[in-house]
Ligand binder design. Sequence first.
Ligand code: ASP
Length: 496
Amino acid sequence: MQNNKLLAGIVTGIVAGALLGGLNPEAGLAVNFIGHLFITFLMMIVMPLIIAAMISGICRFGDVRKLGPLGLKTLIYYLTTTALSVTTGIALVLMIHPGQLASETEQIEARGGIVLKDASYSIENNTIIIDGASLPGEYTSSYSVLLLDRNVKGGILSHHGKNGGETIEVSSWTQDEKNLENLAVTGKGIVIDKLPAERFLQEERTITDILREVLTGLIPSNLFKAMAENDILPVITFSLLLGAVLSTLGVQGKPVIDFFNGLNEAIMKIVHLAMYAAPVGIGALIAGRLGEAGGFTGFLPELLRLGKYAFTVIAGLLIHSMVILPLILKFFGKTGIMRFAYNTSPALLTAFSTASSSATLPLTVECAEEKNNVSPRTAGFVLPLGATINMDGTALYEAVAVIFIAQINGITLGPPELVIIFLTATLAAIGAAGIPEAGLVTMVLVLKAVNLPIEGISLILAIDWFLDRCRTTVNVWGDSVGAKIIDRYVKLANHR
Ligand code: ASP
């Protein structure tokens, strides 16, 4: 399909999907299954695509010794661009300071607490009975309660009831104010706040632990189990090995290589078919996700509430993808940005709608090979690897999110902690699978490395699905730029 027609189709799909899901969440949810069909179709071809593309790509190099320099260049590209993006993220979040909010009430609410200045209360036997106000959340032992008019604080034991008549049982008061425990008192004004962040958790994770986890994840104990679980990294290891060995076998290896070449061609034809479904699939995915978020009226207030944080993440992603990567592409890939971006846009829009680098991989390969002239051998090697370990967007987001969580909790991070965040965010991005919200899970590593509370994740949960799409788009963009640059060096080396 022509790129402009495809693109027009996808953009129409996105606009229609956003309007449908945004204005009518129920209708969005109703078409969700069409989007899932699209993702499932893509996921169905990912595993065979990786195996066939990698093996056939590697064998096209002819000499397995050429893989060393290619691997090294690829690694250098991945690490440098990821490091640049984390640095951009850290610089921005320190500059913008999204965790510092205007008022104390805002700060408390951002932490998940609530300020009820006018609520009256009465106390009986350590139980606060709230009159005339209902609490929006569940408040358990990780919260404290403050009686505003008396300036007495207590730890919460439990919270019962809903919609009026709510009670809060206090575990202990920090001050024996007029023997509150025995007296029945009444008053006005209640604040419920998250307890100060527990900075020193029992279980500490060092960078070596994290490295060890990434390394052990490279080798499958059972290849088919890894394939069945869509665990890409071990499958890449196996394909690399098999491709390298096949290329040394001579006549004996030839029929097997031919088989994988043929399989690769066939899979790419299936990817072509998937392109036809892209506009509808992408539109349905957007409609479905907006529907799940309660339409525009459900999503926009959340986005505004966390606006400064979302702005920081998005600004970082834009700087990295629209300034830093294009400069690298121009300088090292000798390629102009406009046409390249235009040619890659079907993959980028698919990344935005699926929030999965792995599911997008078939389209990333197609755009690179068919439209951006990247040779199949480079694309076959660089792109599957990139979809799993090269995640510039995720690394940037992890750094921003972790520092934001620290800021909201009133914790200042010193230079050594920022260095740890830099290293662990890079590792956490490498370790994140190319699936939706994987970055949110691996962020636990970063939080633990600097002893921040993992519950902090709940602060950013509400809009993570949206930021996930933005960062996945940048992940795929970084992979595509990398494939083009590395391909140039491969071609230069061959001409020598
Ligand atoms: N969804 C992202 C990806 O597939 C990973 C993440 O959650 O950051 O690239």
